[in-house]
Design a protein around this ligand. Sequence first.
Ligand code: AMP
Ligand code: TRP
Length: 325
Amino acid sequence: MRIFSGIRPTGGLHIGNYLGAIKQWIALQETNECVFCIVDLHAITTPYEPKELQKNILETTAVYLAAGINPEKSIIFVQSDVKEHAELAWLLGTICPMGELSRMTQFKDKSRQHKDYVNAGLFTYPVLMAADILLYRSKAVPVGKDQEQHVELARTIAKKFNQKFGKIFPEPETITPKVGAKIMSLTDPKRKMSKSDDPKSYISLFDSPEAITKKIMSATTDSGKDITYNVTKKPGISNLLTIYSLLTDRPVEDIQREFHKKSYADFKKSLAKILIDYLEPFRRKQVELQTRDVYIKEMLNKGASRAKTIAETTMKEVREKMGLS
Ligand code: AMP
Ligand code: TRP
């Protein structure tokens, strides 16, 4: 099965991105044909620093590699290196209803967040995302919960295209993890962990051991003393239990039992240690990869040329079906 997913190179990937998306990719690449993209054209729809973009692209690629994505197996590339993404997005824009785009919660959130940066690209963002997915005729898209609505729109667009011009696209399905599809903020566990928030609210994959300890020890917990999973009554502790469980591959009940009658501080100390150990290879690989820009760029070039072969075949058919050639 062909699988596609992407992450915006906006700097500072956090454990929410990892647990919600990247961790699934590692398992999927074993038995599927995976295409993983660094979506720079999406990154520029919100305020950004042009001078930082190339650095962020290399850093995001380093995260993919440090997490265990294998460039021999999976295709890893930068979106703007394959021009067909932008071309297909334009074509799909002509069949995507405006009404559907106005319903998108990410557009509403982001336009509230950046009031003086509400551009047309932010509005048509999901059309470009549909183009990313459909260009590779992908059947499944592993993402966190916040992206389900966008994948749903990609399905709608695929269906419309197939009906209007002839069937060429599969209707892509979302793959979200059963647990961890929405990791919450450490400072406000009612909101999702997000890299555009205060750094205290998330653990970056490259945080130092000291920073991890500090952030976990000061993470918002709930009233009461028990370490029990209850999302409505104890959103803070429940979020930390979810993270604990995902990093140790142990069921939440088991962890609750271990910390029965122990304090929040004991639990947090243990979680901080687990995070420090878990993220150690990320820190190490990042340092190692910092000196290997040439290798990363070469790998991205190879990835782009593999991606292009698939993209060109799809576009040839799309152009014919739409009467453009
Ligand atoms: P982004 O950084 O918005 O490009 O997101 C990259 C991937 O991480 C997408 O698949 C998101 O759904 C996922 N993601 C982002 N934030 C979270 C979170 N707090 N919990 C789980 N998944 C997330
Ligand atoms: N919109 C996604 C996000 O913010 C990133 C993305 C762009 C993506 N194109 C994609 C994810 C295609 C999956 C498939 O996280």
